[in-house]
Design a protein around this ligand. Structure first.
Ligand code: 5GP
Length: 178
């Protein structure tokens, strides 16, 4: 399936699933080495990160924990900047090494508004691991420590990312056709 139709839009394969899988394993190895013996707590941001977080986490071999929170700023194909917290942070994160797992850092607004909540609880450290980053679209300064791919400012779906609810189950990453 090189071209898929979701609602009113067509998408083409952008990054295939084998390339994604290799990159995720390599990133997990890097994180694993950096956090050896630190019992990191991975915090996945729902919904978009659920596939990336699962694939990444299963390749972490040092003892680690994972939890999820739900934030959202996207409606359709543009970021609204209105961050909604639907499921909050339940863990006590004071003194913990936190790895925030995000699907994509776009404008940076989502993480920029969420990070103070995390820092307020005095974790030992906080870093961001994202599947994708769109540096050209950045409005707020957010610097992911770990990243699979840097992409241009184009709308993508698949591998957990949706277009109005559809496309999260697509195995590859797709981008909007011209
Ligand atoms: P930000 O707050 O950094 O602008 O946006 C973060 C959220 O917007 C991401 O977690 C993701 O859910 C959504 N998002 C940003 N760019 C895209 C995109 O190209 N495709 C999809 N499906 N979601 C995106």
């Amino acid at each position: 399936m090189d071209i898929v139709q979701l609602h009113d839009k067509r998408f083409e394969v952008f990054i295939d699933k084998a390339t994604i899988a290799n990159k995720v394993v390599a990133l997990a190895k890097q994180i694993d080495a950096d956090y050896k013996g630190l019992n990191p707590l991975f915090l996945g941001i729902l919904n978009g990160s659920f596939i990336f977080a699962a694939d990444l986490f299963r390749h972490i071999s040092t003892p680690a924990e994972i939890s999820f929170i739900k934030l959202a700023s996207y409606r359709g194909t543009t970021s609204t900047g209105n961050i909604v917290t639907a499921i909050g942070l339940e863990e006590n994160i004071a003194g913990r090494h936190i790895v925030i797992v995000e699907d994509i850092v776009d404008t940076g607004r989502t993480l920029h508004s969420f990070l103070p909540q995390v820092l307020q609880q005095q974790p030992a450290s906080v870093q961001i691991a994202c599947f994708l980053s769109k540096p050209e679209a950045r409005v707020c300064e957010v610097v992911p420590r770990y990243m699979c791919f840097e992409i241009q400012d184009t709308f993508v779906v698949g591998y957990g990312l949706d277009y109005d609810g559809q496309g999260r189950n697509l195995p590859h990453l797709y981008r909007l056709c011209d």
